[in-house]
Write a protein that binds this ligand. Structure first.
Ligand SMILES: Cc1cc2nc3c(=O)[nH]c(=O)nc-3n(C[C@H](O)[C@H](O)[C@H](O)COP(=O)(O)OP(=O)(O)OC[C@H]3O[C@@H](n4cnc5c(N)ncnc54)[C@H](O)[C@@H]3O)c2cc1C
Length: 501
C-alpha cells in the first residue's frame, strides 16, 4: 500500500507528527498479533498492525501440532494446569498457567466462530490429539499438521478486510516511542527510506520468539527476538532468557529443509526414535527437554549427527506438510528419517503480567515475544498457540484501557530496521548456549557483538543449576532455592532473581 509517511533524512530525528493514530498499535502479524488486532477492532477500537513480513514467514504459519485446550469429557482445566506446571519444572508461574488452561477452551470456540474449521472425528466432535507431556488427548488441529497455516490464513484474511485495522506492511517497528516514562507509540520503518511514527494508547509487541538466534533452528530466519531487543533498548525488563526449548526431531538434510520440524504429534501416533543400531533409547512421549537431551547424548556416544525417526506405523496422509517436505528432499518414509535437536521455542521474553503489561507503562507483550512465566523452564507442547489467543485477547482489552497519549509528544526516536544476528553470533549461541552449557562457553558469549546474545548469556550464567531446558554441565543439580524464581534482565544491569507474584 502507498504510505503517507514523511521522509526522514539519515541521522535526523523522525518527524514527531504521527502519521498514524490508533487506539492500539500491534507489532507483528502472527497468531498473537492477528488475534489481538481482531479482538480490539471488534471492541470498536482503531488498530494499526505493523507487519514486517508476508504471512509464511511467521512461526505461527509453520505450527504443525495444534492448540492445547481441555475440551474432552475426561479432561479438565485442572488436569491441563497440572501438566503445564509439571513440564515447567517448578519454574512456572501458576497464576499464568491457570489463566491459560481455564481460558483456552473458550478461545478455541472463538476461533471456530471466526471461521477456523478444526478437524473432527467420525461423530463430528473435535478430534483431539495426544502430545508429549499431556496426560489427556487435548490438542486440536486444523488440516492435520497444517494447523498454523489454516489459522493464520483465516485470521489474516479477516484482519485485511476489517475496516478498523490499518495494516502497515511491509514495515518493521524500528524503535519504541517513549515519552515521560510511557510507551506512547512505535516508529515503523520500511524497505525504502522514511519513518512512520504511530501514536497509540497501547503498543502491543507480538513479534515472536528468538529461536533463530541459534544456528540450528526450526524457526523462520526472522524469529531472532527483534521485539525483545526493542523492549530492552526502551528499558523494559526481560525474563527467563536461559530457557530455550530444543525440539528433539528436526530434519538433518545438510541442505534444503534443514531444521524442518517433524511434529511431536507423529510420535503421539506411534513413531519411534532409533539409534545407529536400530535400538529405541528413550520414551518418545517424555517431555521435550528429556527427549532432546537423550537424542543429543546418543548422538555423542555413537559419533553420529542424527538419530532415526521410524514413521512406518504412522499414516503420513494425516501430516501432509511433513509428507511433502520429505518428498521435496527425497527422504523415503519407509526408512528411518535423520533427525536431531534444534532450537525451537523461547520460553523467555518481555516480562508480562496476566494482561500482557510489560514493566514499561503503555507497552504490552504477547505470544512468544512475551514471558508471562506460564511455561517455566519448559513449554508443554501446543501451549504456545493457546497462549497467543488467550493472552492476545487479554492484552488487547487491557491496552484499550490505557490513557490516550498527548496530541504530538516530542521526541519520536530515530529508527532503522532491526539487524538480524550475523552467522557468527548464531554459531556462538549454538556452541555456548546450546542444549548443555557451562561457564566457559557462556563467558565467551558475553563478548558477542549482538546485544540480545549477551543478555541470553548473562541469564544462562546467572542460573547456576540445571532445570528443564536449561542444563549446565558445571551445575548439573537442580537448586531448590531457585524454585519459582525467574531471572530478570535489563539493559546494562546484572540479572536479578525475582519471585512471580
Ligand atoms: C515449526 C514450528 C512448529 C510449531 N508447532 C506448534 C504447535 O503445533 N503448537 C503450538 O502451540 N506451537 C507451535 N509452535 C510454536 C508457535 O508456532 C509459536 O510460539 C507461535 O506461533 C508464536 O506466535 P507469535 O504470534 O507470538 O509470533 P510469530 O508467529 O513468529 O509472528 C511474529 C511476527 O512478527 C513479525 N515481526 C518481528 N519483528 C518485527 C518488527 N520489528 N516489526 C514488525 N513485525 C515484526 C515477524 O516477522 C512475524 O511475522 C511451532 C513453532 C515452529 C517454528
Amino acid at each position: 500500500m502507498a504510505l503517507p509517511y514523511p521522509p526522514a533524512v539519515a541521522g535526523e530525528t523522525a518527524s514527531t507528527e504521527p502519521a498514524v493514530r490508533a487506539d492500539l498499535a500491534v507489532v507483528g502479524a502472527g497468531a498473537a498479533g492477528l488475534f489481538a488486532a481482531l479482538t480490539a477492532a471488534r471492541e470498536g477500537a482503531r488498530v494499526a498492525l505493523v507487519s514486517r513480513t508476508p504471512l509464511a514467514d511467521t512461526a505461527s504459519y509453520w505450527a504443525q501440532g495444534g492448540i492445547a485446550a481441555a475440551l474432552a469429557a475426561d479432561d479438565s482445566p485442572e488436569l491441563h494446569f497440572a501438566d503445564t506446571l509439571t513440564a515447567g519444572r517448578e519454574a512456572g508461574r501458576p497464576t499464568a498457567a491457570r489463566v491459560l488452561c481455564e481460558e483456552s477452551p473458550a478461545r478455541v470456540r472463538d476461533l471456530e466462530a471466526l471461521g477456523v474449521r478444526f478437524d473432527s472425528d467420525r461423530a463430528g466432535a473435535l478430534a483431539l490429539g495426544l502430545e508429549g507431556g499431556h496426560s489427556r488427548r487435548r490438542v486440536v488441529h486444523a488440516g492435520g499438521s497444517s494447523t498454523g497455516r489454516r489459522v493464520t490464513r483465516e485470521l489474516s484474511a479477516l484482519a485485511a478486510t476489517e475496516e478498523r485495522i490499518q495494516v502497515l506492511e511491509p514495515l518493521a517497528a524500528g524503535a519504541l516511542w517513549c515519552h515521560e516514562g510511557r510507551c506512547v507509540g512505535v516508529v515503523a520503518v520500511g524497505p525504502g527510506e522514511g519513518a512512520l511514527p504511530v501514536l497509540a494508547r497501547g503498543v502491543l509487541l507480538a513479534t515472536g520468539g528468538a529461536a533463530a538466534l541459534w544456528s540450528r533452528t526450526t524457526n523462520p530466519p526472522g524469529a531472532a527476538g527483534t521485539g525483545l531487543s526493542l523492549a530492552l533498548a526502551a528499558g523494559a525488563a526481560l525474563a527467563d532468557l536461559e530457557f530455550t526449548q530444543f525440539h528433539p526431531t528436526a530434519l538433518v538434510t545438510g541442505g534444503r529443509r534443514e531444521g524442518f520440524l517433524v511434529t511431536e504429534a507423529i510420535r503421539g501416533e506411534g513413531a519411534l526414535l532409533l539409534d545407529a543400531y536400530g535400538e529405541r533409547f528413550v520414551d518418545e512421549l517424555a517431555p521435550r527437554d528429556q527427549v532432546a537431551l537423550a537424542v543429543q547424548a546418543r548422538m555423542l556416544e555413537q559419533g553420529t549427527d542424527s538419530v532415526g525417526l521410524d514413521v512406518r506405523s504412522v499414516d503420513l496422509a494425516r501430516f501432509p506438510n511433513v509428507a511433502s517436505a520429505l518428498a521435496e528432499v527425497g527422504l523415503d518414509p519407509r526408512e528411518p528419517l535423520p533427525v536431531a535437536p534444534a532450537a525451537h521455542y523461547t520460553m523467555g521474553g518481555v516480562t508480562a503480567d496476566l494482561d500482557g503489561r510489560s514493566s514499561l507503562p503503555g507497552l504490552f507483550a504477547v505470544g512468544e515475544s512475551a514471558c508471562t512465566g506460564l511455561h517455566g523452564a519448559n513449554r508443554l507442547a501446543s501451549n504456545s498457540l493457546a497462549e497467543c489467543f488467550v493472552f492476545g485477547r487479554r492484552a488487547a482489552l487491557a491496552g484499550l484501557d490505557e490513557p490516550a497519549p498527548a496530541d504530538a509528544p516530542a521526541g519520536a526516536p530515530e529508527a532503522e530496521p532491526a539487524a538480524l544476528p550475523p552467522r557468527s553470533t548464531r554459531e556462538a549461541l549454538w556452541r555456548g548456549a546450546g542444549l548443555a552449557r557451562d561457564a566457559e562457553g557462556l563467558l565467551e558469549l558475553l563478548n558477542d557483538p549482538f546485544p540480545l546474545a549477551r543478555s541470553v548469556a548473562a541469564a544462562c550464567l546467572a542460573r547456576e543449576e540445571s532445570r528443564g531446558a536449561h542444563q549446565r554441565r558445571d551445575h548439573p543439580a537442580t537448586d531448590p532455592g531457585l524454585e519459582g524464581r525467574h531471572a530478570v534482565v535489563r539493559e546494562g544491569v546484572e540479572p536479578r532473581f525475582e519471585h512471580w507474584e
